[in-house]
Design a protein around this ligand. Structure first.
Ligand code: ADP
Length: 259
């Protein structure tokens, strides 16, 4: 029992006897601590853009004679910050739906080949021609949630673009593994130091906060990926070499094959 938090209560029982009730509260405490952390992080993430917006509103109110160009510049910055809050709230809502028992997974037949092609097209748009985005598909259709898988795959592909500032090749593939089905994204980007890898799917965990923000990251993408895969009975594998690039593999079980 070392390191665990045990709660005890003594309840009087008949004939002057007593009952000792014990309860292991370690896990409840851990869940509570995670919840507190999440709320603290989320509040902080939302407060930063709001502070910027309020600042510019105050300038606009106190200086009605602001010239047109400055006004436009301020409005542009305010819009960017408002959009950042929108992305954050969108990701938070998505994550909470994925974790909730009220929204069980609804499986349908997913044409993964078409899905990967459309994710690649989105990644090309995001890249703006800076990366060569290659697609290799020879895996089957699966039974799963089209919307959730799209979101997971798109998050991995957009990370590959966002964390490869020098450009380079990004390879998306969908294939059968030895005993699973694998969607992989390989980039030649900045890579990840091994000490961070096991924590990347934690909400708001980022190796480099400013790079994440500059590239419109919310810090929730990989948490979303992890939950989508968990709901599908799969998991995320990450391998990376700092300075050389990373491979993120979404592994789905063979049981996802259409019957
Ligand atoms: P973010 O919105 O910050 O990108 P994610 O949850 O998608 O949030 O990723 C968490 C962190 O993992 C990122 O901030 C980044 O440090 C790291 N990361 C994710 N994908 C890659 C990648 N392809 N290459 C290098 N680092 C990555």
């Amino acid at each position: 029992l070392r390191g665990r938090k045990i709660e005890c209560r003594i309840i009087p029982f008949e004939n002057r006897r007593q009952i000792l009730v014990t309860h292991d509260a370690t896990d409840t405490e851990r869940v509570e601590a995670m919840r507190r952390d999440f709320i603290a992080n989320a509040s902080h993430e939302l407060r930063t853009p709001l502070t910027v917006i309020v600042g510019f509103l105050e300038i606009a109110l106190s200086d009605p004679g602001l010239d047109g160009a400055t006004r436009t510049a301020h409005l542009t910055l305010m819009t960017e910050q408002a959009e950042r809050m929108q992305r954050l709230i969108g990701d938070m809502l998505q994550l909470s739906r994925l974790e909730s028992d009220e929204f069980p997974l609804r499986r349908e037949r997913v044409d993964v080949a078409a899905l990967v092609e459309s994710v690649a097209a989105e990644a090309r748009a995001l890249s703006g021609g800076k990366h060569e985005i290659a697609v290799e598909v020879d895996g089957p259709d699966v039974m799963g949630s089209m919307e959730e898988l799209r979101s997971a795959f798109a998050n991995l592909a957009s990370n590959a673009v966002r964390y490869s500032p020098q450009g380079g090749k990004i390879a998306l593939s969908w294939r059968r593994g030895a005993d699973d089905l694998q969607f992989s994204v390989t980039d030649r980007g900045i890579g990840i130091d091994p000490q961070h890898i096991s924590r990347l799917t934690e909400r708001f965990y980022r190796v480099d906060k400013s790079r994440s923000r500059e590239t419109q990251g919310t810090g929730l993408g990989l948490a979303i990926v992890k939950h989508v895969l968990l709901r599908h009975g799969g998991r995320l594998k990450i391998s990376s070499t700092p300075g050389q690039g990373s491979t993120f593999t979404a592994s789905l079980p063979n049981t996802s094959l259409p019957g």
